[in-house]
Design a protein around this ligand. Structure first.
Ligand code: CUA
Length: 345
């Protein structure tokens, strides 16, 4: 046992940095909390998200109730049986109490049952077959981007999925390489994307807006850079988006855009990317309507001539381990390709 003086000195030495660290950790931790953050799990904007939030609320309120009961009980015991000068050295001991033992066996079982019933109901509801009028979307998780195929609409896009508000959307998830996980928190829970297995996820988005999502299963060096956007459109805006996606790409006017098209058409680009009427590669995202997207490289950068040119010059510099190789283009060539791609709307 250290002397009083030595212990005091030790505490003083440890105290300040420990308090500062705890304070910093708390500030950073709470700084990440916001009810309306872009990926909030407590701001439900679809029937699926609402169902999950309902279960979450039940569990939260039950555990808050249990914490209160335990806390109050503990406080009462601490006060009631505190050490007093007139108290006996050893209070009366109880060994074996059938009623108490039965109670604390049954009580947790009842709590688990109360949590299990709505949980199982929601699990079954989220696994139900989609309605016949649901919009089908095939979701493919790739290292490290998302592909969205609309078989009934003959539309293919990447990283930004548009869906109409108020209509059920039936996702079928699959992928060609490793396991990913599709997660757009405000529209519902995670669903794994497993190569060789078709997983399903159905939801009806309620409110038009842009919702952020993220791959939620570690899938390699750029897992953290595998974001996505789900754009929920009003039905007429969705119809306009579909029409724009199906339109033939316009021929670029002479100048940088036309030069960019020529560079694209004679480069390795055509081996991996489809641009309708120009190329039919299938390894990378379909770029036919690239200019209609707001973000680049699975949501990590805004689409501007500068960002697209930087990406085309050296993808791995922006996204570690990107599968797209650097094409050895000059700055001018990269800007021309970027101008051409952004013009594809
Ligand atoms: Cu894909 Cu993590």
């Amino acid at each position: 046992m250290p002397s009083g003086l030595a212990r005091g000195t030790l505490e003083a030495a440890v105290d300040v940095p420990t308090k500062a660290t705890c304070g910093l950790a708390l500030t950073l931790g709470l700084g990440g909390c916001a009810w309306d953050a872009p990926m909030s799990t407590v701001a439900a904007r679809s029937d699926l998200a609402r169902d999950i939030l309902h279960v979450y609320s039940i569990i939260t309120w039950i555990t808050v109730g249990i914490a209160l009961v335990v806390g109050v009980g503990l406080a009462w015991v601490l006060v009631r049986f505190r050490d007093r000068p007139d108290a006996p050295r050893m209070p009366a001991q109880t060994r074996g109490h059938t009623l108490l033992e039965i109670s604390w066996t049954i009580a947790p079982a009842i709590v688990l049952l109360v949590i299990a019933i709505p949980t199982i109901q929601v699990i079954f509801r989220t696994q139900a077959a989609p309605t016949r009028d649901a919009l089908e979307v095939r979701v493919l998780g790739h290292q490290w981007w998302w592909e969205f195929r609309y078989p009934t609409l003959e539309v293919v896009t990447a990283n930004e999925m548009h869906v109409p508000a108020g209509r059920a959307v039936a996702l079928t998830l699959d992928g060609p390489d490793v396991i990913h996980s599709f997660w757009v928190p405000m529209l519902g829970g995670k669903r794994d994307v497993v190569p060789g297995r078709l997983n399903r996820l159905t939801f009806t988005a309620e409110t038009p807006g842009e919702y952020r999502g993220q791959c939620a299963e570690f899938c390699g060096a750029s897992h953290a850079n595998m974001g996505m956007r789900v754009v929920v459109d009003a039905p007429d805006a969705f119809a306009r988006w579909v029409a724009a996606q199906k339109a033939e790409p316009v021929e670029p006017a002479a100048g940088p855009a036309a030069d960019g098209k020529a560079i694209f058409a004679r480069s390795a680009c055509v081996g991996c990317h489809t641009i309708r009427g120009v190329s039919s590669g299938a390894l990378g995202p379909d770029l036919t309507t690239f200019g209609s997207r707001h973000t680049l490289a699975a949501g990590i950068l805004p689409v501007t001539v500068e960002t697209v040119a930087a990406w085309v010059k050296d993808p791995s510099a922006l996204k570690p381990d990107a599968k797209m190789p650097a094409l050895g283009l000059t700055d001018e060539q990269a800007r021309a390709v970027a101008t051409y791609l952004i013009g594809l709307k």
